[in-house]
Design a protein around this ligand. Structure first.
Ligand code: S3P
Length: 453
């Protein structure tokens, strides 16, 4: 499906909390809520669940393990069997395009002791899985991947014996998916799990576990002359997950497209309500403010252990900025949309220390640079990032999503402020994480036209 975006419209209005034009629930928290609810025995209620491509595959996989789900609007009602009573699935579990589903489920299945095969789309079967397979093996989990270190992942049945505690494992990259996988695997065995990350990845799992009474502590520590983030969990017996009653905050990563669109589209003024503002996620907000972006944060409150607030965003004259180091982890999903913003800024912007972007839904360095240059931007690829020579404008033209939801949406946002229309091929991938993307943008005044539906 193609999306044609015509420039020249001003974005104005509100993306409400509970209205039909509401920001979708957070993807990462929705994934965790579905797994934790299935790990509990009994009925859980999750409000504002993200109903999208990637969360649907998570729910479908958990259903194959014997859990039942009912969706009423955006409320997900889960009847969990309890993690130690999950059933082995004869069929492989298809994780679609979702690495979060695959990596989190691998940890939970390791804790449950059942056998399973985890597979997914061709894109997902190229993404690195040794980062979970190696530490899970160290814990005694019978798991295998391909020789290339990719999916399918095969977990064999584990009978009787507890897993070995992972006391002091260093992750080669900061990754919330790996951290969550290993914490989940550690939930069924007594003992300590101590993990070290080179940067602080999103901490939704730790916040949710703490609310359930699990002692999980995070600290910045110095080891061998450098800074690490330590996550420490200690259990005296296998954990019994309680049922959940929670509301998922709005997804900052989806709000990022709206925020960026208002910043670059002349005359725009929008308010986005109910946005999750967990500091491990909001790097883009700070970077855009440093570029001169007029973004006000209002009405900050706590919702279920996560900070939530409203964002008021106006069109702004932006200048270039440098992004590196720890900031990279705090905006890891926002580089496609950041790059678009940087193209509309005046002056040079650069991103470094971001080689992990090459392992996302697409090579988010190579493909991103190629597509923006295709639209007339001046972007230089580097091994661990890119350099953008911002001219305050881009020409427009035809671009490809590379089956990457965030690339599709970022290119569409660029179209709002280009000199001529932008046509995005394979644009339907936006449904993976933000199914109402088109409707919400139209509600704010954007000129979006779909072809080949
Ligand atoms: C996620 C963690 C991040 C992020 C992904 C969701 C999560 O991946 O890019 O969209 O929910 O834990 P990594 O852990 O691979 O950095």
């Amino acid at each position: 499906m193609e999306l044609i975006v015509r420039p020249g419209k001003t974005l104005f209005g509100e993306v409400g909390n509970h209205s039909s034009f509401a920001l979708p629930g957070d993807k990462s928290i929705s994934h965790r809520a579905a797994i934790f609810a299935a790990a509990a025995e009994g009925e859980s209620h999750i409000e504002n669940f993200l109903v999208s491509g990637v969360t649907q595959v998570m729910v479908d996989c958990l259903a194959k393990l014997g859990n039942t789900f009912e969706l009423i609007g955006k409320r997900l009602i889960v009847n969990g069997r309890g993690i130690r009573r999950w059933q082995s699935s004869a069929e492989p579990l298809d994780c679609g395009n979702s690495a979060t589903t695959m990596r989190l489920l691998a940890g939970a299945i390791a804790a449950s002791g059942i056998s399973a095969i985890l597979t997914g789309s061709e894109g997902l079967r190229h993404r690195p899985m040794r980062r979970i397979v190696d530490p899970l093996k160290q814990m005694g989990v019978p798991i295998e991947c391909t020789e290339e270190g990719t999916a399918p992942l095969r977990l064999s049945r584990r009978i009787g014996n507890n897993l070995l505690p992972l006391e002091g494992y260093s992750l080669s990259v900061a990754s919330a998916q790996v951290k969550t996988c290993l914490l989940l695997a550690g939930m069924s065995s007594p003992g300590k799990t101590v993990l070290y990350e080179p940067g602080l990845s999103r901490d939704h799992t730790e916040r949710m576990l703490r609310r359930m009474g699990v002692p999980v502590h995070s600290n910045r520590v110095r080891r061998n002359g450098s800074e690490w983030y330590e996550t420490r969990m200690e259990l005296s017996q296998p954990f019994d997950f309680p049922t959940l009653y929670m509301r998922i905050p709005g997804d900052f990563s989806s709000a990022a497209f709206l925020l960026a669109a208002a910043l670059i589209t002349p005359g725009s003024n929008i308010i986005i309500k109910g946005v999750g503002l967990n500091p491990t996620r909001t790097g883009l907000l700070e970077v855009c403010q440093a570029m001169g972006g007029n973004i006000q944060v209002q009405n900050v409150r706590d919702e279920g252990g996560e900070p939530v607030g409203d964002l008021v965003v106006q069109h702004s004259h932006l200048k270039g900025v440098q992004v590196q180091g720890e900031m990279v982890v705090r905006m890891i999903d926002e580089f496609p949309i950041f790059a678009v913003v940087a193209c509309f800024a005046e002056g040079m912007s650069s991103v470094s220390n971001a080689e992990e972007l090459r392992n996302k839904e697409s090579d988010r360095i190579g493909q991103l640079c190629r597509e923006l240059n295709q639209l007339g931007a001046h972007v230089q690829e580097t091994t661990d990032g890119f350099i953008i020579h911002g001219k305050g404008e881009i020409a427009g033209g035809v671009a490809e999503s590379h089956r990457d939801h965030r690339l599709a949406m970022s290119l569409a946002v660029a179209g709002l402020a280009c000199r001529s229309p932008v046509c995005i091929r394979d644009a339907e991938y936006f449904r993976e994480s933000f199914p109402d993307f088109g409707e919400i943008f139209k509600h704010l005044g954007a000129d979006f036209q779909w072809e080949g539906q």
